[in-house]
Design a protein around this ligand. Structure first.
Ligand code: NDP
Length: 480
């Protein structure tokens, strides 16, 4: 019998959204432990020798971490599948992505160059890149291991210590990353994982005076809160936030490719993707025809358990997230939207105990409706016609967001022109949702600040220091 005075440590339980079973549990971090966690990060930063290792030596450890993740690919993919319900094939792709990210930043940190700047006196002037110190990485539930790697790999490559806070809705993968990193030679304390509710422990961590930089991926409202906390400390912050990305089909597009991309762009990951192409703009002359093709394909998407044969869309990541998506669709109807397919929980025994929601296509709404302005973060596509380029640009740019866009046209000049005019951090012309570890990624407007991935994603975790070596032979005069 346990003593009434000894409190059992709190735990976060992850629920498998495919069937409501328990996917796993992790201990919740107590806010009372934050001081010790931050202090341990500083100790590791200052005493482990990590930041002073030659970059090619840090790279060896990063490559070993990549190898460790790769060796456990199937187990990690299955754990993520249970944690947030993504189809197994996507989860395997996420592990591959994380592996590639650690390998890329190993090479990037070995090859990152600084400048010798033009002198204006008897000295040699140059820049060096210093780590920030203790970086906090906060990640969402939709793609845990991938988002964790996108922050942790470059932050470590740059020489920082990292405190990683995953979402309480997908808490199982971050401890695995930590375990693999430690087993593959990362010094103790350089990476720590804390678990708990974002609004409580996440905010406390961001506000902590010992934290030097925050890198956040999540919703725009949370990003705003974190941005304010960072501003009060004059602390650098990177914010990768939400989107309402336009996916544009011109009359001259290859329609088979465009329709397939529109479908993949919104219904891949069940729409729980920051770059989901959630507004499809179709040139008026082909609107009915292309919309009919999109709806016909959406109806055939195989909605099934994440490990089922041929699954194309699994459940949403949690039962409470399904309620949010349902409320979004109900509001679309109250705004006058026509539900062309989906729009209600699927029926049948296969779906009864999971957080399933079908591909949903809506039209009949104006670009200023809340449905066209706010992110659903689910499998909900809203269709809008446009008259010409000017009308398209006006409508497509008419939201607070600016994360990504897709353009389908056979006219490369038009693709270039429209791509330059759309307010988005990533533009895909005759493709969609390509987001590779080697190419910068981030948002315009309320979709974020800063760029992750690519060399920009490594520089993000450094600060520039200017160094001067004096060459003068005579003492300085007091004034020149
Ligand atoms: P949230 O903003 O709710 O949460 C993201 C992370 O922040 C979670 O770990 C959460 O913890 C934590 N958090 C919540 N409140 C605070 C706070 N006040 N201080 C510190 N941390 C906090 O987003 P979701 O998890 O719901 O993710 C979905 C959103 O993320 C979508 O809007 C999507 O567009 C965006 N996103 C953006 C991406 C990008 O690269 N631009 C990529 C993927 C998603 P907890 O969950 O434990 O409360």
């Amino acid at each position: 019998m346990s003593s009434p005075n000894i409190k059992a440590p709190a735990e976060i339980v992850s629920i498998n959204p495919a069937d409501g079973s328990e996917a796993g549990r992790v201990p919740e971090t107590s806010p009372a432990d934050l001081d010790a966690i931050v202090a341990a990060a500083w100790t590791a930063y200052r005493t482990s020798g990590w930041k002073d290792l030659m970059p090619h030596k840090r790279a060896e450890v990063l490559r070993a971490i990549a190898d460790g993740l790769e060796a456990e690919k199937e187990d990690l993919a299955r754990k993520q599948m249970r944690d947030n319900g993504k189809p197994l094939s996507e989860c395997r792709g996420m592990v591959d992505y994380a592996v590639g990210t650690f390998r890329y930043y190993a090479s990037a940190c070995e090859t990152l160059e600084t400048e010798v700047t033009p002198p204006r006196g008897p000295y040699v002037s140059m820049t060096v890149l210093e780590p920030h110190g203790v970086v906090v990485a906060i990640t969402p539930w939709n793609s845990p291991l991938m988002n964790d790697a996108t922050k942790v790999a470059p932050a470590l490559a740059a020489g920082n210590a990292v405190i990683l806070k995953p979402s309480e809705d997908a808490p199982l993968l971050a401890p695995e990353l930590l375990r693999v990193a430690r087993a593959r030679g990362l010094p103790e304390g350089l990476l720590q994982v804390i678990q708990g509710r974002g609004a409580a422990i996440g905010s406390a961590l961001v506000s902590h005076p010992g934290v030097s930089m925050v890198s956040f991926t999540g919703g725009t409202e949370t990003g705003r809160t974190i941005g304010v906390l960072a501003a009060c400390k004059i602390m650098p912050v990177a914010l990768e936030l939400g989107g309402k990305s336009p996916h544009v089909v011109f009359a001259d597009a290859r329609r088979d490719l465009a329709v397939a991309a529109v479908i993949a762009g919104i219904f891949g990951s069940a729409g729980q993707s920051c770059v989901a192409g959630s507004r499809v703009f179709i040139e008026a002359s082909i609107y009915d025809e292309v919309l009919a093709a999109i709806v016909a394909r959406a109806r055939t998407i195989r909605l099934a358990a994440p490990d089922a044969e041929g699954v194309e869309m699994g459940p949403l990541a949690s039962f409470h997230h399904r309620e949010r998506v349902e409320a979004f669709v109900a509001r679309a109807q109250s705004e006058g939207g026509r539900i062309l397919c989906g729009g209600a929980r699927p029926e049948g025994a296969a779906y009864a105990s999971g957080a399933y929601y079908p591909p949903t296509v809506i039209d009949g709404l104006g670009p200023d409706s809340l449905t066209c302005q706010e992110e659903a973060f689910g499998p909900v596509l809203v269709a809008l016609p446009f008259a010409d380029e000017a009308d398209l640009i006006d409508q497509a740019n008419g939201t607070a967001f600016g994360l990504a866009c897709g353009i389908w046209t056979e006219d490369f000049r038009k693709g270039w022109r429209v791509g330059r005019a759309l307010e988005a951090g990533s533009v895909w012309i005759n493709t969609y949702k390509q987001s590779v570890t080697t190419t910068p990624f981030g948002g315009f407007k309320s979709s974020g600040i800063g760029r992750e991935k690519g060399m920009d994603g490594l520089r993000l975790y450094t600060q520039v220091k200017s160094m001067y070596f004096g060459l003068q032979e005579a003492p300085f005069p007091v004034s020149k």
